[in-house]
Design a protein around this ligand. Structure first.
Ligand SMILES: C[S@@+](CC[C@H](N)C(=O)[O-])C[C@H]1O[C@@H](n2cnc3c(N)ncnc32)[C@H](O)[C@@H]1O
Length: 363
């Protein structure tokens, strides 16, 4: 009898997701269900005592140290979230991480530029520095740096071939000759050079063994170099972002199992074998929530155009393209709810301050 009940529960969940992908569940209902999911996850991660909370963090860190640098790399490399057509990237603002929204009227383009300028300021970037951007995505930061710091040489590493082609094409159009793009998996690539500044924006969430990852990066840093690293976080617990139960539809359907980690805000303080944390900021989740809200509006405002873009880029029919649009809409809605939960998770933090870490190699 219990088996029958379990099967029914699973098939109800499959139906729920199928209906969501078909656009048959209203946005309000998706938001309501997402809030329930977030509350369950917070309950799961929040321990009754401070000692138990700390033990959760330490056990998590220990589990990472026993793992490969990253898992399921090929699954993520071919995943629809990153292998996107450039015309679609243009519509949604081109950054795969948060912008910095300083007031109600800030557009996503302005927010993305403000955030990149803040990276430069906090990294103490100077024209002439050699710069490495790991997991550079569609190259918004690489191009921003190349335009702003003409004497600098910027090297970007991406494992998405369409991103490499796009960035190099943009460099040609903009007459930028200070950019090199390496198409590679960061966990496998070996480069001889060392850099004044290294940026890792939104990439460590796709790694598992942070110790090995930071060791690798430290070898690419000059002795007085700095690493500016930004990651999503929860303020008190770390999470492998695996489904907590059969009805955990949102954890199951956006990032494949094994490809995502959400570290706690303090997680990297425990990984200082090869780099030293010299500064540490927290950014309100409201920023990433707003990026997602704007992207949702952009998609909604250009549904027919996005459909045509998807059909031609992926070689799919109208129905599949509609499903993919719904998937993107669901991603934006759930991310919006997740990052704005509890006023951006930043009780006790200044709302528009920023969270990232600046790390120096050990001498
Ligand atoms: C959240 S996005 C951030 C992209 C970019 N830094 C930004 O802020 O827009 C993470 C990026 O890491 C890339 N990535 C993930 N795993 C990687 C790997 N093993 N090697 C190279 N890039 C990887 C993805 O393709 C994606 O573009």
């Amino acid at each position: 009898m219990s088996t029958t009940m379990e099967t029914t529960k699973i098939s109800q969940q499959d139906d729920l997701w199928k209906n969501m992908e078909l656009g048959k569940i209203s946005d309000e209902e998706v938001r309501r269900l997402m809030k329930i999911g977030i509350e369950k996850r917070i309950k799961w991660g929040t321990k009754p005592t401070q000692q138990e909370q700390l033990a959760q963090l330490l056990d998590f860190n220990k589990s990472l140290r026993g793992m490969k640098m990253a898992t399921e790399i090929d699954t993520l490399e071919n995943h629809k979230i990153y292998e996107t057509p450039e015309s679609f990237n243009q519509i949604i603002g081109g950054k795969e991480s948060a912008g910095l929204f300083t007031d109600e009227t800030t557009t996503i383009e302005e927010a993305n530029t403000k955030m990149m300028d803040l990276y430069c300021e906090r990294a103490g970037l100077k024209d002439g520095h050699t710069i490495l951007d790991l997991g550079c995505g569609a190259g918004l930061l690489v191009l921003h740096l190349a335009k702003k710091y003409k004497k600098s040489k910027i090297t970007g590493i991406t494992n998405t071939s369409s991103h490499k082609e796009y960035i190099l094409e943009q460099c040609k159009n903009l007459n930028l000759s200070n950019v090199e793009i390496i198409l590679a998996d960061v966990t496998k690539v070996d480069i001889e050079s060392t850099f004044d500044r290294v940026f890792v924006i939104g990439l460590i969430e796709h790694m598992k063994n942070f110790e090995l990852f930071l060791r690798k990066i430290s070898k690419w840093m000059k002795n007085d170099g700095l690493l500016l690293l930004e990651h999503l976080c929860h303020k008190s617990f770390s999470d492998h972002w695996e489904p907590l139960s059969e009805d955990d539809w949102y954890a199951k359907n956006f990032f494949p199992s094994g490809t995502l980690v959400i570290p706690s805000a303090t997680c990297l303080l425990y990984f200082q074998e090869d780099v030293t944390v010299i500064d540490h900021w927290i950014l309100s989740g409201n920023n990433f929530a707003r990026s997602n809200e704007v992207i949702l509006k952009r998609i909604d405002g250009k549904i027919e155009e996005v459909k045509d873009i998807f059909m031609s880029f992926y070689g799919i029919g109208r129905e599949e393209a509609e499903k993919l649009i719904n998937w993107w809409r669901l991603l934006c809605i759930t991310a919006n709810e997740l990052f704005k939960y509890n006023n951006g998770g930043c009780d006790g933090y200044r709302p528009l301050d920023s969270k990232r870490k600046q790390l120096r190699p050990q001498q």
